[in-house]
Design a protein. Structure first.
Ligand SMILES: Cc1cc2nc3c(=O)[nH]c(=O)nc-3n(C[C@H](O)[C@H](O)[C@H](O)COP(=O)(O)OP(=O)(O)OC[C@H]3O[C@@H](n4cnc5c(N)ncnc54)[C@H](O)[C@@H]3O)c2cc1C
Length: 381
């Protein structure tokens, strides 16, 4: 079905992004996978072509355009290029709302120009060794002492964890107040007592730095509190999670589409029993099912993008998009891998890489089970 989400300017921007990835990313990605990290210079180069912070006002170096379709273009092109190491969507789609919507003028002036230029790489640290899905269970504390907070605790699985210059840390400012005791603080590279642990070894996304972070009596200026008020962190997180989940859903559909396309080509060209693999009825049926499901998913997600742009994307609709598209992504890629036979198990084939890279999609940003909890709760039983 014809896609009608984008206008001419998005298509032009897509060309820019594609050209950038072809030139600066694709030739080097295999090396970054071995290194376990993407060099910081790539972030600066991406900043130069305008890939960060579309929504950031022009006075801070951004384009001042609030239109998630640009974010979607970047996500889709990164997926199509197989550049799973780039933590750009975390920076653009997840972090921008925190640094734009919850900052005062002084904070904006400190952080946004670097955010846009790619000189300040961002991360969000919610998850801890003992608390992932259960955000209210975080143990990291931030105790007010004069005009500072003293932060203690540890985080794990943090995307951009090694490269990050600004980390939004979820901490308890009042451990007895439940959801009302959580606040968001920006911890900056170089603050005393802030250290990085291991760059974690994952089953996929090998070029992506996913790290442990440690906070040992880190004195964070009170001026780094987000939202200007203690105790609002949980609600601030809840407000921003739909956009994060939509970004993951956009990636899921793009990944499924990309793999489906290459698999159709593969089945056209591969022969068995003297005929193309694509000529077997089973192959055609499998591909037909997947193509149908991806098409349906695409239109739901595009509708969510429009809803987000209109300020109307609700938590429940975003949860539906997230769990359904990421489960679909895994299913599509797994079945496409099967159609590749033994070659599907070889890392030189894109389907194999997509298979290992996609597995995490149903886990981060809120697991499939938590998404179903959110939807189920909306029935008010
Ligand atoms: C590659 C990667 C990158 C990540 N990036 C970040 C990041 O940048 N920042 C960040 O803060 N975190 C990040 N995470 C963490 C991620 O968000 C968590 O792993 C995820 O939320 C699940 O938490 P958990 O691992 O503690 O699992 P748990 O919460 O321990 O869950 C274990 C299992 O129990 C199920 N479960 C839990 N509660 C319920 C329930 N109420 N009902 C039914 N089932 C339930 C879960 O669905 C899951 O299947 C990342 C994780 C990975 C793997």
């Amino acid at each position: 079905m014809q896609r009608d989400l984008f206008e001419e300017e998005h298509l032009l921007f897509r060309e820019t992004v594609r050209e950038f990835l072809t030139r600066e990313v694709v030739p080097h990605h295999a090396r970054w996978e071995k290194d376990g990290i993407v060099p910081r210079e790539v972030w600066k180069k991406a900043g130069e072509v305008g890939m960060f912070g579309f929504t950031v006002p022009e006075e801070y170096g951004g384009a001042g355009i609030t239109d998630f379709r640009y974010n979607a273009v970047i996500v889709e092109e990164i997926i199509a290029a197989g550049a799973s190491g780039l933590g750009f969507s975390l920076h653009n789609d997840v972090m921008a709302p925190y640094l734009l919507g919850l900052t005062d003028d002084a904070q904006k002036a400190r952080w946004l120009p670097g955010f846009v230029s790619g000189e300040l790489i961002t991360a969000i640290a919610m998850t801890e060794p003992g608390a992932g899905s259960d955000l209210q269970g975080v143990r990291t504390t931030a105790v007010r002492e004069g005009d500072h907070y003293v932060v203690n605790g540890s985080k794990t699985f943090i995307t951009n964890g090694i490269n990050a210059d600004l980390v939004v840390v979820v901490a308890k400012t009042d451990p007895d107040a439940g959801a009302r005791g959580i606040s968001l603080l920006v911890v900056e590279r170089g603050m005393e007592g802030f250290t990085r642990g291991r760059n974690l070894e994952k089953i996929g996304m090998h070029a992506q730095d996913t790290a442990e972070l440690f906070f040992d009596d880190v004195r964070v200026p009170a001026a780094n509190l987000l939202g200007g008020q203690e105790g609002q962190g949980f609600y601030q997180l809840m407000a921003n999670l739909p956009q994060e989940r939509l970004s993951i859903a956009v990636a899921a559909v793009a990944a499924a589409e990309t793999v489906l396309r290459t698999t159709i080509e593969y089945c056209r060209n591969r022969t068995a029993f003297g005929r193309s693999v694509g000529s077997f009825q089973n192959t055609r049926f499998v591909l037909a099912e997947l193509d149908t499901e991806v098409d349906i998913a695409r239109h739901y997600v595009d509708r969510c993008v429009r809803a987000l742009n209109a300020g109307e994307l609700g938590v429940v609709d975003a949860a539906k998009a997230k769990w359904w598209t990421t489960e679909l992504q895994n299913r599509v890629i797994d079945r496409c891998l099967q159609l590749h036979g033994g070659y599907g198990y070889m890392l030189e084939y894109p389907v194999a890489r997509a298979w290992i890279d996609s597995r995490v999609q149903t886990i981060y940003g809120g697991t499939t089970e938590i998404m179903k909890e959110i939807i189920g709760r909306s029935f008010g039983f």
